[in-house]
Design a protein around this ligand. Structure first.
Ligand code: FES
Length: 148
């Protein structure tokens, strides 16, 4: 295992052990339930908006290390971002997780720690684990009428 893979593994373990933004949010503007059909694990995403900005975001639920780490990394990255930035990030992560010809070097700077999820692409059965919270995010943000 090379150094970069070690680093990615560390990021995932850390976010699984100490998930950021875990728990319920008081008075959220959006609540979205996500379920991984392959394993039945569920997560709930809470989003608080301030105009076009994701003011606060939290999640709770059960899942494997990849799913928890992905949710944690997602909330960390999206908190304080605009709706447009968050949706753009969804597209980038979706590409990273699913595109067969994805070029890792292209978005590394933007993705930052999210690049730790790139290895999941090699394991099709885990892609849904990593993308669960991202689909919930997209669903939460695109249900905001007239804001995007
Ligand atoms: Fe259930 Fe990963 S095995 S979310």
């Amino acid at each position: 295992m090379n150094e970069l893979q070690d680093l990615y593994r560390e990021v995932i373990l850390d976010h699984n052990r100490r998930p950021r933004n875990f728990g319920e949010l008081e008075d959220p503007d959006r609540i979205v339930e996500g379920v991984n059909p392959l394993c039945g694990d569920r997560m709930t995403l809470y989003v608080k908006l301030d105009g076009d900005t994701v003011q606060d975001i939290r999640f709770k639920g059960t899942g494997c290390a990849i799913s928890v780490a992905s949710s944690s990394l997602m909330t960390e990255k999206v908190k304080g971002a605009s709706l447009q930035e968050s949706l753009k990030l969804f597209e980038k992560v979706h590409d990273m997780l699913t595109a067969a010809d994805y070029d890792d070097s292209a978005d590394l700077e933007d993705l930052d720690k999210l690049a730790a999820l790139s290895g999941v692409r090699e394991y099709p059965s885990r892609v849904k684990c990593a993308s669960l919270s991202w689909h919930a995010l997209k669903s939460a943000l695109t249900s905001v009428d007239d804001k995007i």
